[in-house]
Design a protein around this ligand. Structure first.
Ligand code: CA
Ligand code: ZN
Length: 292
């Protein structure tokens, strides 16, 4: 099943527009880049960018069988990239925002499995920046992350990984977009190598279990993910959620689970530049292979 030519700029319930998709099938989402493909060359004048129409998510889709309180399991089966990426930097944006004096657009061609940045051939790490469901309350712009997912800009949300999202509304109202050909952890200049893509996903609804925040697993690790305007709060939430996973699955006390994380857990930045910051706590699967 193919989902294209439909997008939203905020994740929320959208009963009229939602397309129904079944569980267990491969669903291919065609996604525009985070600039909604508006930036066509390095000469593009950023002042004309339509800021009301950025960070599109393809969707929403209504996941059949998903009910409020369930967990939506999303397997990321493939990410096929377009052949040209875009980056930009803007005064007042990102970690160095106060030091940036003028806008710049950079086109980054994708050739033979590499991103060509000036003289460098950077390895690709195709990842999904925006991925989530309708949040509990009011719609949230796709540029903002939260408990519902959204603009987490997590380099680990890549091919082969499985994401778990809380379901706040029957049908979930899932959307995704903002693929990056590659990005460094932190996304310090507010853009990765932004690119259009076709993302292949498979959905499964898990009953009888609830989560407060997104979780993730890949071949090597399990991850908790948390976002907050306050980086310290995000760090606390991701750590507390992982503590709960270890207590539940290993039968550990809080003290023991905490010391185990302190010994071999890795607290990592997803992004530190969006309206809410996002971090993750990683635990090797050799320690705990259950993320729920
Ligand atoms: Ca993003
Ligand atoms: Zn992006």
């Amino acid at each position: 099943m193919i989902i294209k030519d439909m997008c939203v700029f905020a994740l929320g319930e959208n009963k009229e527009a939602a397309v129904k998709v079944p569980q267990g099938e491969i669903i291919k989402f065609h996604t525009n880049d985070c600039f909604n493909n508006q930036i066509t060359s390095e000469d593009y004048v950023m002042d004309v960018l339509d800021w009301d129409h950025i960070n599109p998510a393809t969707g929403p889709v209504f996941i059949e069988g998903a009910e409020k309180g369930d967990v939506l399991k999303v397997e990321i089966l493939d990410i096929e990239l377009d052949d040209m990426g875009t980056m930009c930097c803007l005064p007042e944006n990102g970690v160095l925002g106060a030091d940036i004096t003028e806008n710049q657009v950079k086109k980054v061609p994708i050739k033979e499995g590499k991103a060509i940045f000036n003289q460098f051939e950077l390895p690709l790490n195709p990842m999904i920046g925006v991925i989530g469901v309708a949040p509990e309350n009011e719609p949230i712009p796709c540029g903002t992350p939260g408990r519902h997912g959204g603009n987490m800009d997590n380099t680990k949300i890549a091919k082969g990984a499985t994401l778990y999202l809380p379901v706040f509304h029957d049908g979930a109202y899932f959307g995704c977009g903002d693929v990056h050909a590659c990005m460094g952890d932190g996304e310090i200049m507010v853009s990765g190598v932004e690119i259009g893509a076709v993302v292949s996903l498979r959905f499964t609804v898990l009953k009888g279990i609830s989560i407060d925040n997104p979780r993730l697993e890949d071949a090597d690790n399990i991850y908790t993910i948390a976002s907050s305007e306050d980086l310290e709060k995000a760090i606390y939430t991701a750590t507390k959620d992982m503590c709960g996973i270890l207590q539940k699955n290993l039968g550990y006390t809080l003290n023991e689970a905490g010391m185990l994380m302190s010994a071999c857990g890795n607290l990592q930045f997803c992004q530190v530049v969006d309206p809410e910051r996002t971090v993750r706590m990683a635990i090797p699967k050799t320690i705990c292979d259950k993320v729920l």
